[in-house]
Design a protein around this ligand. Structure first.
Ligand SMILES: [Ca+2]
Length: 547
C-alpha cells in the first residue's frame, strides 16, 4: 500500500493552466536590454570588474569570487565549482526593485550554457537549490526574487507595477541580465539558454515562451500556474465547497484519507497494473458516495450527504453559471490526501486554510479592496473582471509560433495527483496549444507534455517516480534535435523535502501516450515499460507487487 501521509515541506505555489478562452496579451512589454549591451566578444571581464557594467535599468551591486566549493540551500549541501557571484537590482519602473543573482562558474568549468531558475508560490526569494544544481552541472545560472519579499499578497496593494514584476517582468529581466553579464564575463555568447522550474516557476517558464520567445532555446514548465486567475477562482470554489457558511471545515483530514485510500483501491488497476498508482484519474469513476454513512448514522468513519456533495464539487471543478463552460478544472481523484501532512493534498490549499487560498489576488490586485467579501463572489462577472485586471498573472497564450519557429523546445510536466494545479488544467492548455499550432504532429515537434502518475504538486513527496533531470532532458532535445520519446523518472532519495520512497523508475511518455508494463520484469524498473497509445475501453489487469 503506498504511503498516503508523510512529512515533507511543500515549496508551495499555485495556479494553473489553461482553459478555453484565450487571454489577452499584455498591452505593453517591459523594456529589454538591447543587444548592444552585450560585449562584442573576445573581451572577458574579471569577476570583480562586473560591478562597472553599464546595464540600462539594472545596477550590479556586487561581484565576488566564491571558492568555497559548496552551496548550502533547502536541498542541502551541493558541491559546486568556484564561481563568480553577482548580485544586481533591476528597476524597470519607479516602483520596482527586483533582486537578481547570477552564479558564473570559472571558465574552465563552464559548459557554455545558461540556466535560468524560477520561483515557488508568491514567495519573494531566490531558488538557491535549483541554482546550485545548475551550477554543479556546469551552467552559468540566474535567479530572482520576483520583485518583492515574503509571501504576503499585500505587496501588490496599490503597487500595480510590482504585480507586473511578479507576473512576468522579473523573470525576463533576470534573463537579459544573465545573458549580458555572462557575455561580459566570459567574453563570448552562450551556446544555449534554458529555463526550468515548477509551479509559479512553471508559469514563468510559459510566460517566457509566450511573451519573450527569444529568451530561451529550451524551457521546462512543471505544474505550471499559468492559468493563475482561473485557478484563483478554482481555489475559492473548492474552499467554499469544503467549508460551511461560518468557515468551519466540512470534512476532516482523516476522511480525506479514507477517500484517497478507497479511490486507489477502486481505480489503481484500471490502467492494467496494480502498482499503487492511478495512471489517469479521468478514467476513475469512483464516487465518494461509496463511503456514505448508513441511514441514521453520523460518524467520522463515513461521509454524510453534505460531505459527499462537497467532495464531488471539488472533483467537478468550477463552471460558469451563465454558460456552463468550465472556468477551472476540478482536482483529480486520488490526490485528496497524498501528502496530507502539510503538503500538496487538499489540506494544503483547499481544506486547511482559514480562508480561501490566494484570495488576496482578488482583494488587493483585482478589486483593490482589503475588505472584499469572497462570500459575495459572482462567478461570472467577477471572473471576467479578474481576467482583465490581473492579466499580468496569466500566461495562457496558445499561439507559440514565435518560439517554435526559432527552434525553441518546450517540455511540460504535470502530476496526476496534483492538488494545487489540476492535471486536467495543464492538459487543457496543451490541447489548446495543439489546436492553435495546427495539430499534434506540428506541436509534438517542439512541445511535449509528460503526465506523471502518483505525483502531487511538483513531485514533492508523491507515491510514484516523479523526479526527472529537467535540464538534461531539455539540453538533449535542443542540442541533438531528437525529441524525447520517453523521459525516465525516478523516486528521489536525495531531496530532503521528499519522504523516503522505495527505489522505482518509470518512463514518462509524451501525452497522450501512456507507460504500459511489458508483462515481464520488475515493475520498479523503467526497462519493463513501453510508451504506447492509451487503450480505448477496458484492458487486462496485471497484478504487480511493490518491493
Ligand atoms: Ca495502476
Amino acid at each position: 500500500m503506498p504511503r498516503l501521509f508523510s512529512r515533507a515541506t511543500l515549496f508551495a505555489a499555485l495556479a494553473s493552466t489553461a482553459c478555453s478562452a484565450p487571454p489577452p496579451r499584455p498591452p505593453t512589454l517591459p523594456p529589454s536590454l538591447p543587444p548592444s549591451v552585450a560585449p562584442s566578444a573576445s573581451h572577458s571581464t574579471p569577476c570583480a570588474s562586473l560591478t562597472a557594467l553599464a546595464l540600462p535599468g539594472v545596477t550590479v551591486s556586487s561581484a565576488t569570487l566564491d571558492g568555497s566549493g559548496v552551496v548550502t540551500s533547502s536541498l542541502g549541501r551541493t558541491p559546486v565549482p568556484p564561481f563568480c557571484r553577482v548580485q544586481a537590482i533591476a528597476r524597470p519602473t519607479a516602483d520596482s526593485e527586483i533582486h537578481i543573482e547570477l552564479w558564473l562558474p570559472a571558465e574552465a568549468s563552464w559548459n557554455g550554457k545558461l540556466a535560468g531558475t524560477g520561483n515557488s508560490g508568491f514567495k519573494g526569494d531566490l531558488s538557491y537549490g535549483a541554482m546550485a544544481k545548475a551550477l554543479a552541472s556546469g551552467f552559468a545560472t540566474g535567479g530572482h526574487d520576483t520583485g518583492h519579499t515574503g509571501e504576503d499578497l499585500r505587496f501588490g496593494f496599490g503597487h500595480p507595477e510590482k504585480v507586473v514584476d511578479y507576473g512576468y517582468r522579473a523573470v525576463h529581466l533576470m534573463t537579459t541580465t544573465l545573458k549580458a553579464v555572462a557575455r561580459a564575463h566570459y567574453g563570448r555568447a552562450e551556446s544555449h539558454a534554458y529555463f526550468t522550474s515548477c509551479s509559479a516557476g512553471g508559469q514563468q517558464a510559459l510566460s517566457e515562451v509566450q511573451r519573450y520567445p527569444d529568451d530561451y532555446d529550451g524551457v521546462v514548465a512543471g505544474a505550471p500556474s499559468n492559468n493563475r486567475v482561473a485557478q484563483t477562482f478554482g481555489l475559492l470554489w473548492s474552499w467554499l465547497a469544503l467549508h460551511d457558511a461560518k468557515g468551519a471545515p466540512l470534512v476532516t483530514p482523516a476522511q480525506l484519507h479514507k477517500v484517497t485510500e478507497a479511490t486507489l483501491e477502486a481505480c489503481d488497476a484500471i490502467d492494467g497494473l496494480a502498482d499503487g498508482l492511478i495512471d489517469d484519474p479521468r478514467r476513475c469513476t469512483f464516487d465518494p458516495a461509496a463511503l456514505a454513512c448508513a441511514k441514521g448514522v453520523s460518524s467520522p468513519d463515513c461521509l454524510g450527504a453534505q460531505q459527499v456533495e462537497a467532495i464531488r464539487k471539488v472533483h467537478a471543478g468550477l463552471k460558469s453559471p451563465r454558460t456552463g463552460e468550465p472556468i477551472f478544472a476540478g482536482y483529480p481523484k486520488g490526490g485528496e490526501a497524498l501528502q496530507a501532512d502539510g503538503v500538496p493534498g487538499w489540506l494544503r490549499y483547499l481544506l486547511g486554510p482559514k480562508e480561501p487560498a490566494r484570495v488576496g489576488i482578488l482583494r488587493y490586485f483585482v478589486f483593490r479592496d482589503p475588505s472584499w467579501d469572497y462570500h459575495s463572489v459572482d462567478w461570472d462577472r467577477d471572473y471576467a473582471t479578474a481576467r482583465r485586471e490581473a492579466s499580468a498573472l496569466d500566461a495562457t497564450e496558445t499561439n507559440l509560433a514565435p518560439f517554435a519557429s526559432r527552434g525553441g523546445k518546450l517540455i511540460l510536466q504535470s502530476g496526476w495527483a496534483d492538488a494545487v494545479i489540476p492535471p486536467e488544467d495543464t492538459i487543457a492548455y496543451y490541447d489548446a496549444v495543439t489546436t492553435a499550432m495546427g495539430g499534434a504532429d506540428k506541436t509534438r515537434a517542439f512541445a511535449r507534455l509528460f503526465m506523471t502518475p502518483g505525483s502531487p504538486h511538483c513531485g514533492l513527496g508523491g507515491t510514484g517516480p516523479d523526479n526527472i533531470d529537467a535540464l538534461a532532458a531539455i539540453d538533449q532535445w535542443v542540442t541533438t534535435g531528437n525529441a524525447p520519446e520517453r523521459v525516465i523518472a525516478v523516486t528521489n532519495p536525495t531531496d530532503p523535502s521528499d519522504p523516503p520512497r522505495a527505489p522505482r523508475s518509470r518512463p514518462l511518455c509524451p501525452y497522450p501516450q501512456v507507460a504500459r508494463y511489458r508483462g515481464a520484469g520488475s515493475i520498479d524498473d523503467a526497462a519493463s515499460f513501453v510508451c504506447q497509445a492509451p487503450e480505448r475501453g477496458a484492458s487486462a489487469v496485471i497484478s504487480g507487487t511493490q518491493k
